[in-house]
Design a protein around this ligand. Structure first.
Ligand SMILES: CC(C)(COP(=O)(O)OP(=O)(O)OC[C@H]1O[C@@H](n2cnc3c(N)ncnc32)[C@H](O)[C@@H]1OP(=O)(O)O)[C@@H](O)C(=O)NCCC(=O)NCCS
Length: 389
């Protein structure tokens, strides 16, 4: 019998971390790492599965806020550190953890990053946001014109204090973006210390600091230099453009790799748009609508005729029901549905990454008036979550 418990003390958190890391085929946290990892354990949000006295599975979450289409910020659960001991897999341990986590989370929406695409759909998570992995040929990347602001390099201690303030001040600009928590910044600082060549630069415009980028460079056996952009945030287009001018005019750099939204305009920044090459498109945001009525009411809708959608949710049956969506909002109704959709696919269309009419061809949703539903749910920008957890 699998028993799910909320962990409460440091020794249990460390056992949790060790179990999760082993499930990922990594070693346990070292004595040096542990003080950095510990603050990322939020009391009340750390769950473990037990068989008798033995811990056999883990999950946890971080509380915060997520931006939804239309600009509202909703309370958000960032699910992480999901693992089951290898000698206990495929016996329902994860299922028990997910059931407990979803039925007790205080927030109306949860997201996660999935190690494998087949794991989370059955628990009502849908693939709600994809990202482009870009490679830029820095040796040929020319941005016409001059920078308008100033870029300065900052040391680790300055970055440690300044970046969280700036990230909060810039705000979130795409559906799916989430606020960062203190433990996230502690881990980010740890990564900067581990990679002793990680550099942070801050951009200032007429109104002060308005952008930053963290990057590191490695050199291959042919003396080619490759930059990885680890974190990039900006408050306005001047900061974004100036920071790209800075990155592409750095000496010695041959290539730059960065994650970007599907509709990121980077190609058009350069004289030759082909210097930006999409190496891959991968799934980033897996989204679970925990409280469907609240989440449908939280976002805005495009113009068009109202559509009644019927939602099916086996794990959280209170969500099952019919909802009338119109340009004025969403409400629960008894009317005949135009289309029916399982809750994982409602998660997939929620941020605007996927359309009802695309899903219709798969036969995983049924009914009619898909084009009208597309118009209501359409977003003006592609979703993204630039905060890895
Ligand atoms: C993924 C993992 C957490 C699954 O745990 P688990 O306890 O074996 O999952 P469950 O037994 O509750 O599985 C529930 C269902 O999902 C299926 N499933 C679970 N993991 C799967 C996977 N990786 N691939 C395919 N199917 C999977 C099971 O077969 C089962 O299906 P069924 O109900 O039709 O029999 C575990 O295998 C693990 O720790 N993997 C390595 C670490 C990892 O990838 N963690 C996730 C990080 S995002």
């Amino acid at each position: 019998m699998t028993d799910i418990r909320v962990l409460t003390d440091e020794a249990q958190y460390r056992a949790h971390s060790t179990l999760f890391r082993r499930a990922m085929h990594w070693g346990p946290p070292s004595d040096e790492q542990w003080p950095v990892v510990l603050p990322s354990y939020e009391p009340g949000r750390v769950l473990a599965a037990f068989e008798g006295d033995e811990m056999v599975g883990t999950t946890q979450s971080f509380g915060g806020r997520m931006l939804v289409p239309g600009g509202a910020l909703v309370p958000h659960t960032a699910v992480s550190r999901v693992g089951v001991r290898a000698d206990y897999t495929r016996r329902g341990v994860l299922s028990a953890l997910m059931r407990e986590q979803l039925s007790t989370t205080p927030d109306p929406v949860a997201t996660l990053r999935a190690s494998e695409g087949r794991i989370y759909g059955r628990f009502g998570y849908g693939l709600a946001g994809r990202v482009r992995f870009l490679r830029i040929d820095a040796s040929k990347a020319v941005v016409p014109g001059s920078p308008v602001g100033r870029v300065r390099m900052v040391d680790l201690d300055t970055a440690d204090k300044l970046l969280p303030e700036l990230h909060d001040a810039f705000g979130l600009d795409r559906p799916g973006e989430i606020s960062r928590w203190p433990g996230w910044w502690a881990r980010a600082r740890d990564r900067k210390t581990e990679a002793d060549n990680l550099v942070t630069v801050v951009h200032s415009g007429p109104d002060g600091d308005d952008g930053f980028v963290c990057y590191k460079v490695s050199e291959d056996k042919d003396f080619k230099h490759h930059m990885e952009v680890e974190d990039f945030a900006w408050a306005n287009a001047d900061a974004w453009r100036d920071l790209w001018i800075y990155l592409t005019r750095l000496d010695l750099i041959d290539t730059i790799e960065v994650d970007a939204a599907l509709d990121d305009p980077l190609n058009w920044l350069f004289e030759d748009p082909r210097v930006v090459y999409t190496k891959d498109v991968y799934d980033q945001i897996w989204l679970r609508l925990v409280d469907v009525p609240r989440m449908l009411a939280a976002r805005t809708y495009g113009a068009g005729e109202p559509v009644v959608i019927e939602v099916h949710d086996e794990l959280l049956p209170a969500n099952s029901g019919r909802y009338r969506i119109s340009p004025d909002g969403a409400e629960r109704v008894e009317a005949q549905p135009d289309l029916t959709i399982p809750v994982d696919l409602l998660g997939a269309v929620y941020l605007g990454d996927t359309r009802f009419s695309d899903l219709a061809a798969t036969k995983r949703i049924e009914g009619s008036r898909f084009a009208e539903a597309d118009a209501l749910f359409a977003g003006s920008v592609a979703p993204l979550c630039s905060t890895f957890f």
